[in-house]
Design a protein around this ligand. Structure first.
Ligand code: PEP
Ligand code: MG
Length: 912
């Protein structure tokens, strides 16, 4: 379209439409239409720009097209009011600046950026220098007296616009750029002469023409409309969708589009650009923290292409600008009452603030900042509790490297971008990371890249650690891993990463895909080989203090799923208030027990089975003594044997191989007979659907002597501990109950054995008999089951499996497709399906309590450690959640936040 034609078309459309929605919000000239509270409408960035403008900060003016326009775009019909208002905002901007978009002697150039309600760093698209065309670039060259800068800006626009708006592969632009750079014999981009840049522009335009069959658009307004729509579209790109899925962000929020007058950090050595934080985002320390580059544009700093300088350098080079920046950022921190993450540009010695928002931080930093801000009087203790996301508390539990006695060979030192340690096998692409994770060939993966880009998000999700050779503390890899709570070493310049050859070259050595390395994200070291790791101790003084604020707030009790005394001790360190699930069967897999277990399973009659069980009894009793002792007077829930018996026997195929070998080599061996008997039993026990077969309470009903042995071991252990001054609180739990009759059958055995033991020993112990609710039928008849059961514990792993009819072991076969299609927002085995499974939980709780008002109700499926699910459990009035020891801190905080949200009238806080 010719210049002016687009404007005419927009004006025509506009004159035929009326609208009541305000689509465009202006900011500039000392005031803004919007404000900082309007994140929903203006997106985080737009709201921030409005707020900064209102606060009198030096913000380049512009306007924000609100998120509703994006939603309309997704629905397929954007109101004509969007164009009208955009046009009038543009005219206002032109007037304010005394410039015209892409025209005249002093052309106005703008940036077009995405910005959703929740920050999604790098996931959507941005276009800079918009407005430049063949004519405007000459005007800019003349006016700035810097042709190199003008041509460079134009070639950047064509490249970004080509990539983002026109879908021309980025690599094709890079190929042209690198070829000319190579021919010119220069190392850095900024060494290219204006003539070389002009040549690049010509080649870029040819490329655009070839790929799109159209010329690069010369009408600045045409550029603007196309760029705006491309930003809307970028809300739907794969990496943005993945990011939203991981962070549980609603797909329908949409992004705003921010159009803002460009300021240039690449006008020469008196210009620059940078990013920073008001406090250290890795540790939370109250130090001004940031990085910058002179003679550069913003993308150079964050993309990790050039390694930036620490902000302290700026104090030396430009002290006035530095002081101004400090003053502004502290002011904004006070204003927002939170740590700020900011972007700035210096144009010809003048400072501009491009963005300031609440900064992403590690869990360690989140706790420290929250505590410091309470101390500084910036926030209240209750507010502090919401400043940490429950999952962030993992950071305190992340492993550290165990270097004692190890041969520690440091290969390189990069930036300590995200703390913790990761020891794993290296891969060089996100696809390989996903592949090796999915097929299980590498148990722990370290993703090694020159630099990461948002396309790598899926690979980063499955990796335990990330290593990059380029980029700073605010590079993509650093920001994203910190958010994920993963270890990251960034900008390890001594590492040469050859992604094509799948090689890491460092210190004269070559590491190939699959080789092991160790990363220390806390110090930035890259270490050769497979070091051991030690679990972090949750005794950090800040954490202890923070949890002392958290715990009194919650109503839900928090217990641990722990099977052995070691785990129980760990769980107590992490704040467990009891054991909510001891899976007894885990005790039988130990080497000294599996044989007896097998003998028990292979027994052909009750007598032989009882003999085998007798051998297991003292072992179980000793285990239970250990558990009761470590938990002192806290409740311990012990579940009876649950899994199908074949799980304790060798695999059928292995047996067949062993038999075939012996038949060939030692056909008379007595072992052969033994193996054949074993095979016959394995085949006998084979079930088509073992998860729906002989397992759970069905085992104890088919073989009552198993329940008898368990009960005896439990009560003898309890009496023993009590005799030694202990105060055990025993809860015996029957798995996979579907009816009151099953419950009665098992409860009567348990109570009978308890009476026998107490009589024999002359001592009694308080105990309860309860059940897991893992089947829809149990939930539906919970009122009947509660006649017998003194407590319920929802086994939401099985309950999800049986409610959905989805195998918990095979969901991965179709989960990716379901997530992609939006059928699942998240894995239902990780986050409770509140509307389906949750309804059963709620209903069964109510029915159970109707029969037995004192019924104790908890949850012990994996959901017990998931923040959203924990909050749900609070809401429906459960007594406790039980989760793995490492999720206890998370569950404690989620439970406290749920209680506070309830107190504050259902207000849901979020730090996203
Ligand atoms: C459950 O089903 O939720 C449960 C805790 O039991 P398991 O995972 O051992 O089947
Ligand atoms: Mg279960």
């Amino acid at each position: 379209m010719t210049q002016g034609a687009v404007e005419q078309q927009l004006a025509d459309q506009a004159s035929s439409t009326k609208t009541s929605t305000k689509y465009v919000y202006f900011f500039g000239g000392g005031s803004a239409d919007g404000n900082g509270k309007m994140k929903e409408v203006l997106g985080g960035k737009g709201a921030g720009l409005a707020e900064m403008t209102n606060a009198g900060l030096p913000v380049p003016p512009g306007f924000t097209i609100q998120t509703e326009a994006c939603r309309e775009y997704m629905r397929g019909a954007v109101d004509a009011g969007v164009d009208t208002e955009m046009l009038s905002a543009l005219h206002r901007l032109e007037k304010l600046q005394g410039q015209k978009l892409g025209a005249g002697e002093n052309p106005l150039l703008v940036s077009v950026r995405s910005g959703a309600k929740f920050s999604m760093p790098g996931m959507m698209d941005t276009i800079l220098n918009l407005g430049l065309n063949d004519k405007a670039v000459e005007a800019l060259a003349k006016r700035s007296n810097n042709p190199r800068f003008a041509y460079d800006s134009y070639r950047r626009l064509i490249q970004m616009f080509g990539d983002v708006v026109l879908d021309v592969p980025k690599k094709k632009f890079e190929h042209i750029f690198d070829a000319i750079k190579h021919r010119e014999g220069v190392k850095f981009d900024y060494e290219l002469k204006p003539e070389a840049l002009q040549e690049i522009i010509v080649e870029y335009k040819k490329l655009v023409k070839k790929e799109t069959k159209k010329d690069f658009p010369q009408d600045p307004l045409d550029q603007l409309v196309q760029a705006r729509d491309a930003v809307f579209r970028s809300w739907q790109n794969d990496r943005a969708k993945t990011y939203r899925r991981i962070n549980h962000i609603d797909d329908w929020l949409g992004t705003a589009v921010n159009v803002q007058a460009m300021v240039f950090g690449n006008l020469g050595e008196n210009s620059g650009t940078g990013v920073g934080f008001t406090r250290n985002p890795a540790t939370g320390e109250r130090v001004f923290f940031g990085e910058y580059l002179m003679n550069a544009q913003g993308e150079d700093v964050v993309s990790g292409v050039r390694t930036p300088l620490p902000i302290s350098e700026l104090e030396r080079v430009m002290p006035t600008v530095y002081d101004h920046l400090r003053a502004i950022t502290w002011k904004m921190e006070k204003h927002y009452r939170d740590m700020q993450d900011f972007e700035f540009t210096i144009q010809d010695g003048k400072l501009y603030m491009l963005q300031t928002r609440n900064g992403k931080r590690t869990g360690l930093a989140a706790v420290r900042v929250a505590i410091d801000m309470v101390r500084e009087g910036l926030i209240s203790q209750e507010e502090a509790v919401f400043r940490v996301e429950p999952n962030q508390l993992y950071d305190f539990l992340v492993p550290r490297l165990d270097e004692k006695g190890a041969n520690v060979e440091v290969l390189a030192t990069g930036l300590p971008a995200s703390p913790g340690a990761a020891v794993g096998q290296i891969v060089f692409s996100a696809e390989d990371a996903v592949k090796h994770h999915t097929n299980g060939s590498y148990p722990v993966i370290i993703l090694v890249r020159g630099e990461t880009t948002p396309e790598d998000i899926a690979g980063m999700e499955v990796a335990a650690g990330i290593l990059t050779s380029r980029g700073g503390m605010t590079s993509h890899a650093a920001v994203v891993t910190r958010g994920m709570g993963k270890c990251c070493v960034a900008g390890a310049g001594d590492c040469v990463v050859d992604e094509a050859k799948k090689e890491l070259r460092v210190k004269g050595k070559i590491y190939k895909q699959g080789d092991w390395i160790s990363l220390d994200g806390t110090t930035g070291r890259v270490i050769e080989g497979k070091l051991k790791t030690i679990p972090a101790q949750p005794d950090d003084a800040d954490l202890v203090k923070f949890m002392s604020w958290v715990d009194p707030l919650r109503r839900l009790k928090v217990r641990a799923n722990a099977d052995i005394p070691r785990d129980a001790k760990q769980a107590r360190l992490f704040g467990a208030e009891g054991i909510g699930l001891c899976r007894t069967e885990h005790m039988f897999f130990a080497e000294d027990r599996i044989e007896h277990m097998r003998t028990m399973i292979l027994a052909e009659n009750e007598k032989d089975r009882r003999d085998a069980l007798k051998k297991l009894l003292p072992m179980q009793r000793a285990d239970f003594v250990g558990l009761f002792k470590s938990m002192e007077s806290l409740p311990v829930t012990i579940r009876l044997l649950d899994p199908p018996l074949h799980e304790f026997l060798p695999q059928r195929d292995d047996l067949l191989v062993q038999i075939a070998r012996l038949e060939e080599t030692k056909p008379r061996s007595p072992k052969l007979k033994e193996l054949r008997t074993l095979l016959a039993r394995v085949e006998d026990l084979h079930e088509t659907n073992p998860m729906l077969g002989l397992r759970g309470c069905r085992l104890g009903i088919a073989f009552p002597e198993i329940t008898e042995m368990h009960a005896r071991a439990i009560f003898e252990a309890a009496v023993n501990v009590k005799n030694h001054g202990g105060e055990p609180h025993v809860e015996v739990m029957v798995p996979l109950i579907g009816s009151i009759d099953e419950m009665r059958n098992q409860a009567s055995i348990i109570r009978r054995v308890a009476d026998q033991v107490f009589k024999e020993k002359g001592v009694t112990v308080d105990y309860m008999v309860g059940t897991m609710i893992e089947l829809p039928r149990a939930a539906l008849t919970a009122d009947q089951i509660a006649e017998e059961a003194e407590f319920f514990s929802f086994g939401t792993n099985d309950l999800t499996q049986t409610t959905y009819g989805i195998s918990r072991d095979d969901i991965n076969k179709f989960l990716p497709a379901y997530l992609k299609a939006g059928i699942f927002k998240q894995d239902p085995f990780a986050t409770l399906d509140q509307s389906g499974v949750g309804t059963l939980v709620k209903m069964a709780t109510a029915k159970g309590r109707n029969t037995r008002p004192t019924l104790k109700v908890g949850i012990c499926g994996e959901h017990g450690g998931d923040p959203e699910s924990v909050k749900f459990c609070h809401k429906i009035g459960l007594n406790y959640v039980s989760c793995s020891p490492f999720r206890l801190l998370t569950a404690r905080l989620a439970a406290a936040q749920a209680a506070l949200e309830e107190k504050q009238g259902g207000l849901v806080h979020t730090n996203k």
